[in-house]
Design a protein around this ligand. Structure first.
Ligand code: SAH
Ligand code: SF4
Ligand code: F3S
Length: 469
């Protein structure tokens, strides 16, 4: 799968900025400040894309608002990972008929991973006539053009052609936080795990150039950002399409050498490609958070093979052992799927025993959801839904016990935390490993690192107080 990465020509991007100017002039001539609402579903990749959509919208003169009611533009940036995620979007899309009835000039767009499936765009064409535009993730960089065509031609736009995908540098971004930032280092996925829709809707793996990523990180750090999360579906294959001699561990190292007081973290690491070199690099630099999200999906080597994951239980456990050895304070999280087609009770119990053995800080737990077009959707699946639900509940109960136990072990420790916001009468902070801590102090501390002594723990969060020393 050695496709060369296509970069969108700066001239093509300039043309998009030309559309932004036309849209801004359109609203100025009407003496109006238009408003826009972007709703994001799914993972951090979509959060990062929404920041770009907001960047474009601001460039077009829109003011960003927090609800669909009354907004001139509404964008639903969607997720296709499970059926439930799609149903929610269709439900919310249906509800937008009412907001549009009250504000007939409202323009509604659907983008993101669902938009990359023809079944979805066909359904929108036929059954959701109030949707003005649909564009897949490959066409996000063309959003100003799409919006301009909808405004000026009064015609629905569908930008959904299937492509391997490209990279567009220089799209403006309106970031959600001044303290924490997502930085996409690569797009797409080549792995084709048999249950997963992502490679079909996000195209082939393509990496941004190291110098572009470094420049973005330097700018963020200079602007006061303290916590950077590098994003990719499989960050460990970073650089393979570039032939530039920089792999993911090298990239991390280069970012860690930027002067300043900040932490870098990343997601997601595929266990097949997570190397000792990566763990050694993490261990070497204080600026790399000792946090690792390493999805295992199943504790059974037979199921892992059927999932096309390219590692088995033993190799996974060996990697975890090494990572914990070189980083004793490592906070380890993971993803797991319950009820993959054909998973037996014994295989499920192997998943439970792996969880026991590894002792994850927390887990993202999913029940298998068949995705049309993926190989697993066609596999025989004799296990009844009720049995899958029972397994899911057993797994969650086990993990909750472990999370609680780990959280209790924090009590009495004093940790350096980034104070990142407010929650009712509390301030919130994050430990280096990303655990949430609530404590009482003056709001002026938001944006600073503080030493916090942990005084209490629940399954989900920690509480503490400012350290006296
Ligand atoms: N690239 C990341 C995962 C992205 S999707 C990785 O490989 O780790 C996030 C998680 O959703 C996956 O790790 C998996 O646990 C879950 N998932 C993906 N497809 C699914 C499906 N069809 N049914 C249930 N869970 C799924
Ligand atoms: Fe999906 Fe697998 Fe790619 Fe992750 S690595 S996005 S689970 S195909
Ligand atoms: Fe969902 Fe797309 Fe992310 S399918 S999980 S939003 S990559």
């Amino acid at each position: 799968m050695d496709t060369k990465t296509t970069v969108i020509d700066p001239g093509q991007l300039d043309a998009q900025f030309g559309y932004c100017d036309q849209i801004a002039a359109y609203w100025q001539s009407r003496n109006q400040t238009p408003t826009a609402y972007v709703e994001t579903y799914g993972c951090q990749q979509n959060e990062a894309d929404s920041e770009k959509l907001r960047g474009y919208l601001v460039q077009c003169g829109y003011q960003i608002v927090q609800e669909a009611e009354g907004a001139d533009v509404v964008i639903l940036n969607t997720c296709a990972i499970r059926e439930h995620a799609e149903q929610r979007v269709f439900g919310n899309l249906g509800a937008l008929t009412h907001t549009k009835r009250r504000h007939p000039d409202q323009k509604i767009f659907l983008c993101g991973c669902m938009a990359g499936q023809t079944v979805v765009s066909d359904r929108i064409k036929v059954s959701y006539p109030h949707v003005d535009g649909v564009f897949s993730t490959h066409h996000l960089w063309q959003f100003p053009e799409i919006l301009w065509k909808v405004l000026s031609q009064k015609k629905r736009q569908f930008y959904i052609t299937d492509e391997p995908g490209s990279i567009a540098e220089g799209i403006p971004q309106v970031r959600d936080s001044q303290l924490k930032a997502w930085v996409s280092i690569m797009y797409g996925c080549n792995n084709f795990c048999t249950y997963c829709i992502v490679p079909y809707v996000r195209g082939r793996e393509r990496s941004r150039k190291p110098e572009d990523i470094l420049q973005e990180c330097r700018q963020l750090i200079a602007g006061g950002v303290k916590d950077i999360t590098l994003l990719g579906q499989n960050v460990n294959s970073y650089g393979k399409d570039l032939d530039c001699g920089v792999d993911f561990a090298d990239l991390l190292e280069q970012i860690a050498q930027i002067p300043g007081d900040f932490l870098i973290r990343f997601m997601t690491s595929h266990p097949r490609d997570a190397s000792q070199k990566l763990f050694d690099t993490m261990a070497k630099y204080d600026k790399i958070a000792k946090q690792l999200h390493l999805p295992f999906q199943s504790g059974s080597s037979r199921v892992l093979k059927a999932m096309n994951r390219h590692y088995d239980r033993e190799t996974y456990l060996e990697k975890v052992r090494y990572a914990k050895q070189v980083m004793p304070s490592l906070v380890l999280t993971s993803d797991v799927i319950v009820g993959f087609p054909g998973e037996t009770e014994e295989e499920f119990e192997e998943t439970l025993s792996l969880i026991q053995q590894v002792h994850y800080d927390s887990l993202f737990t999913f029940i298998f959801s068949p995705r049309p077009g993926t190989p697993a959707a066609k596999m025989e699946d004799p296990t009844p839904k009720e049995e899958k639900n029972r397994r899911f509940d057993r797994l969650c109960a086990l993990q909750n016990e472990i999370s609680e136990e780990i959280h209790h072990s924090y009590v009495g420790k004093t940790l350096r935390c980034l104070v990142d916001g407010k929650d009712k009468s509390f301030l919130t902070a994050r430990t280096e490993g990303g655990r949430l801590v609530r404590f009482c102090a003056d709001e002026s501390l938001i944006g600073t690192y503080q030493m916090i002594t942990i005084t209490g723990a629940t399954t989900w969060s920690l509480s503490g107080e400012l350290s006296k020393v």
